[in-house]
Write a protein that binds this ligand. Structure first.
Ligand code: SF4
Length: 153
């Protein structure tokens, strides 16, 4: 991502944050919104958001399922500064749902304009798609086979 694109995307984050602050949705801090399957929704993000998230987030175990976000630990977001738009905009407050939709539409439209202006292409997919695609991410300590076969001695 070029510096120009990064600045433009961060400006979209700042505008979305300001719009959410102005709307003042209620948050019960249940953490359910980051447990996607349990909550019944999917977090879609763009390649721009994925890159910023992966730059700023801690290491995480692979593979990542579609069920929840690996950055939610102990009910808290451990990638808060780098979190994507959906995390910034989404609140379950019923009184905020209409405003949430317009803030989301405006922000995603702005990201698409950035993609068009910089000729980056547009890639939009569920969070786990991008997290599992990260090639340099170390594998978790688990029974999952390593990507590179271990030498036979
Ligand atoms: S990045 Fe943070 S806010 Fe977003 S889904 Fe993950 S834990 Fe939740």
């Amino acid at each position: 991502m070029t510096d120009d694109v990064r600045s433009a995307v961060l400006a979209v984050y700042a505008a979305a944050d300001a719009a959410v602050r102005a709307a003042g949705p209620r948050c019960d801090a249940s953490g359910r919104c980051c447990r996607f399957t349990e909550y019944g929704h999917t977090l879609f993000i763009s390649a721009f958001e994925a890159e910023l998230l992966l730059d700023g987030a801690p290491a995480y175990p692979l593979p990542v399922s579609r069920d929840g976000c690996p950055f939610q630990i102990g009910g808290l977001c451990t990638a808060r500064d780098a979190r994507p738009l959906g995390c910034r905009i989404y609140f379950c407050d019923p009184a905020y749902q209409d405003r949430m939709a317009t803030i989301t539409e405006d922000a995603v439209a702005e990201l698409k304009r950035i993609a068009d202006a910089h000729g980056t292409g547009w890639h939009y997919a569920p969070l786990h798609h991008f997290l599992n695609a990260r090639p340099e991410q170390p594998l978790a300590d688990s029974m999952i086979p390593t990507r590179t076969p271990l030498p036979v001695v």
